[in-house]
Design a protein around this ligand. Structure first.
Ligand SMILES: Cc1cc2nc3c(=O)[nH]c(=O)nc-3n(C[C@H](O)[C@H](O)[C@H](O)COP(=O)(O)OP(=O)(O)OC[C@H]3O[C@@H](n4cnc5c(N)ncnc54)[C@H](O)[C@@H]3O)c2cc1C
Length: 437
């Protein structure tokens, strides 16, 4: 693929001076390359944490071999470029599921480790890194380090959530979760406000492994925070024939949509229809796992609907119950800038293993904003103030613009982490957020 095509999911910033080298075998040395190096998986990070202006990306998708699968214990060892989609294809028919999955299965194992990704089960199981048993890190001096919670523990904790800066993970081994079938017993509950979100969430977290809410971010006043609360568990064993999974055809957005396609009117209309599509307060049923976990994967390249200027995702976490989340949603509603895809979820108290992991106890909101230049940046400054005053943080995997001061305050272990950064590795994100301020 042409180097210009190695972009991030949000397609901002545009990076032109960037070389690409492919890693072919896990036993190979790192290729000769100009400038700083950075591993690149499937580019599902939204901003510049997977970009390397003036340097070289090390594409990992050819590191796609399975090394060992212990069917009895559900322990899988594979190369770091294998995607979660491929892992699921192998393991689900054998009764094993990912311990944690993000909202798309088109991410690599290496990318899942480097961002210490979280899923709908954070309150029950924490982040992906908690389920990783060991991996190998290849550094630019040619040394290889086997890392686990017991061996090279410092490098292990730096590499989990380490944004690809500590070297290349060549392979990793992790623990899967047993499942009886590919189905989810899912429920959707209509919630009328943010207070109701907290109530339903508190009542759901003990009984449901997976919880997340979609909210109508344009609703204000007493409707602020209204939406649909989704919860689910892996289905119990069933004796009858299971319904056949049909998830074959993937639609694609063929062209860049015009920049105005996402505007307050279209978003308001979508939100209204989506909220009212559910007539009963609670709707329940059996769902294949794919639409439950990965509804957006049904539309390939959906990021193009935001046009060539790209878009931002703003994902923050603030302490649960703080007034900050209400004020953040109010500010976004007033601006009428956001897209319809707004996700609200609480993170539990299970500690993340990585020094730079984003998840921490609190409530997290994630939503997209089309890139409208200065006015989008001004809104983010307002939101940053609310997040920072509440002692919250922004997710580096989704970020393309947070100021260095914000990063350094909300990731207090970043200086300790920096001692593990490989001297030849860097990224556009890292150079941006580690500036003195
Ligand atoms: C639709 C959608 C939904 C999402 N939902 C969630 C979610 O629910 N939760 C969540 O946490 N995230 C979510 N994400 C973000 C996504 O899970 C992460 O950005 C993930 O890390 C992307 O993996 P990737 O393979 O595409 O890696 P890239 O984006 O290519 O790279 C990510 C980072 O990993 C590093 N890296 C890649 N491979 C290696 C390797 N072999 N060794 C060392 N470092 C490596 C890169 O240098 C970079 O820093 C979502 C993204 C999308 C597009």
């Amino acid at each position: 693929m042409h180097p210009d095509r190695y972009e991030s999911w949000g397609r901002f910033p545009k990076v032109c001076r960037q070389e690409v080298r492919s890693l072919r075998f896990r036993s190979d040395p790192l290729p000769e390359a100009e400038g700083p190096l950075l591993p690149y998986g499937l580019g599902r990070s939204y901003g510049d944490s997977c970009l390397n202006e003036g340097g070289t990306l090390l594409s990992t998708t050819n590191l796609d071999r399975l090394i060992h699968f212990d069917h009895e214990r559900g322990i899988l060892r594979c190369e770091a470029g294998v995607s979660l989609a491929e892992i699921l294809r192998l393991t689900v028919p054998r009764g094993w599921f990912l311990p944690v999955t993000p909202g798309t299965k088109f991410v690599t194992l290496g990318g899942a480790i480097a961002n210490d990704v979280h899923g709908k089960n954070h309150h029950a199981d924490g982040t992906f890194g908690r389920h990783v048993r060991c991996f190998e890190v290849l550094r630019s001096d040619g040394t290889r380090h086997l890392c686990s919670p017991e061996e090279n523990a410092g490098l292990f904790r730096a590499t989990i959530g380490g944004l690809g800066l500590t070297g290349v993970v060549t392979w990793a081994e992790f623990q899967l979760r047993p499942v009886s079938n590919p189905l989810i017993e899912a429920e959707s509950v209509r919630i009328r406000s943010l207070d109701e979100f907290y109530e339903v969430n508190a009542a759901s977290e003990a009984d449901y492994r997976y919880t997340v809410a979609w909210i109508d971010v344009l609703a204000s006043g007493r409707n602020l925070g209204r939406g649909l609360y989704n919860r689910g568990n892996h289905a119990a064993p069933v004796t009858a024939d299971l319904p056949k999974l049909r998830w074959g055809s993937r639609l694609a957005v063929p062209l860049d949509a015009p920049g105005w396609a996402i505007n307050p009117l279209t978003v308001r209309a979508f939100n209204f229809a989506y909220y009212h599509k559910q007539l009963r307060r609670v709707q329940a049923g059996l769902l294949p796992y794919e639409p439950f976990f990965y509804p957006l994967d049904a539309v390939a390249k959906w990021n193009r609907v935001y046009g060539k200027r790209g878009f931002f995702q703003y994902q923050c976490v603030v302490p649960t119950g703080s007034e900050a989340m209400r004020e953040i949603i109010r500010t976004i509603a007033r601006s009428a800038e956001a897209s319809p895809l707004v996700v609200l979820k609480t993170f539990g108290d299970l500690p993340s293993p990585g020094m730079l992991s984003f998840p921490r106890q609190g409530i997290t909101l994630a939503l997209d904003f089309p890139n409208r230049g200065e006015r989008t940046f001004r809104l983010f400054e307002e939101l940053d103030r609310l997040v920072a005053d509440a002692g919250g943080a922004l997710y580096p995997a989704k970020d393309a613009r947070m100021p260095p001061a914000m990063f350094q305050r909300s990731f207090p272990r970043w200086r300790e982490f920096a001692t593990y950064v490989d001297p030849r590795f860097s990224s556009s994100f890292w150079r941006r957020v580690t500036h003195e301020f």
